[in-house]
Design a protein around this ligand. Structure first.
Ligand code: ACO
Length: 330
């Protein structure tokens, strides 16, 4: 057992597949235009993993970078959590595959499935173990190969998603760290975005494949309406208990689902445009990986310094949502 302390992020890494899919290329695949995609979503291009690259491969690449950034080796890790809705397979868990590929010890390793809120749920779970002193170092990885569950004949969804991975090493910190976290879910709205088949309800059959039920189905208009309120409410759920106002926040790292949702949510939260980190135009929506990658980029660009208070803010399939206030400790 270690001494009880606050948990903080002590290392970060990310991985993006090399292959870029532009809006111009999508124009050749479905009935869409670059202008429609950019004005309705803010997305210009996204990354697509190669056919021999699974979620665990991207997760391992991000994890290796995060370990290096934390000056740690796989031996130092006591827990691995992978947040994903596109695991390599139902089981073993992708976290176990990552554990093996990293050569980590026989530590606990498990996946969580809360779609785009996954990184925040994962950080929250891991931080409990660290602040209780149960474990010293945890690896939280958010990785998605959404291209594997995207219906490339459905213009309403195929323009939105991309592949990638981000990873954080959590450890005990003397100053700052995770100050608050706010999680929620509403299964009554689960139909708004789902992957209907392949589970115990509709196992894979020729009929289910022919009906294209193994791809993401989404009611974008309804999701749009709830997303703005959920994101603003979740952020307030994390900042209010600390008495933080909009001006106290250095940067909000939101889930990158749609530029219009983010602008509307930012307005509702009373934030200036420069307080919101955006990279949706380069990567689209990478579900759980979106916030992880955005956080790595923001830190690498020097936008977050020691002592800054930042907010991670997500909503996603489930529905699920989560927000977290972190005081940067590095
Ligand atoms: N290209 C051209 N036209 C399109 C496209 C496209 N790619 N997709 C839809 N259209 C058409 C529609 O068919 C419709 O045509 P119609 O009026 O003739 O019927 C028209 O554009 C408007 O469609 P809407 O769905 O009303 O467009 P909207 O402005 O709502 O934008 C969008 C759609 C971008 C999906 C938006 O609703 C959205 O972003 N919703 C939230 C989605 C989201 O956040 N998903 C992820 C959350 S959970 C997770 O990330 C796992």
């Amino acid at each position: 057992m270690c001494q009880s302390k606050k948990a903080g992020i002590i290392g970060l890494g990310m991985y993006l597949p090399e292959n870029v899919l532009t809006n111009a290329e999508l124009e050749k695949m479905v009935d869409t235009t670059d202008e429609w995609i950019v004005t309705r979503t803010g997305i210009k291009e996204r990354r697509i993993a190669s056919s021999d690259e699974a979620t665990s491969d991207m997760a391992v690449n991000a994890a290796k970078e995060a370990l290096k950034n934390a000056n740690l080796t796989p031996d130092d890790i006591d827990l691995i959590i992978v947040a994903t809705i596109t695991p390599d397979m139902f089981f073993p868990a992708t976290a176990c595959l990552v554990q093996a590929k990293l050569g980590a010890r026989t530590i606990p390793a498990f996946d969580i499935s809360v779609a785009c809120s996954g990184f925040i749920y994962g950080l929250t779970i891991a931080s409990q173990f660290i602040s209780l002193g149960t474990y010293k170092h945890a690896l939280v990885i958010a990785a998605e190969k959404l291209s594997s569950v995207t219906d490339w004949s459905d213009r309403a969804t195929c323009v939105l998603f991309g592949d990638g991975a981000g990873a954080a090493v959590l450890g005990p910190v003397d100053e700052g760290g995770i100050l608050s976290t706010f999680l929620g879910a509403d299964g009554n709205k689960g139909d708004l975005i789902k992957l209907p088949a392949g589970g115990s309800r509709i196992p894979a059959t020729k009929e289910s494949v022919d009906a294209r039920l193994h791809f993401i189905k989404m009611n974008g208009t309804e999701l749009f309406k709830v997303a703005v309120k959920i994101m603003a409410d979740a952020a307030l759920g994390a900042t209010n208990p600390l008495g933080l106002k909009a001006e106290d926040i250095k940067l909000v790292i939101p889930h990158q689902a749609n530029i219009r949702i983010l602008n509307a949510a930012a307005k509702r939260m009373g934030l200036r445009p420069d307080q919101i980190y955006l990279n949706i135009e380069k990567y689209g929506n990478m579900s759980a990986a979106s916030i992880a990658v955005a956080l790595v980029e923001a830190v690498n660009k020097g936008l977050i310094k020691k002592g800054d208070k930042i907010v991670l803010d997500a909503f996603g399939g489930g529905l699920t949502w989560g927000a977290m206030v972190i005081e940067w400790s590095k």
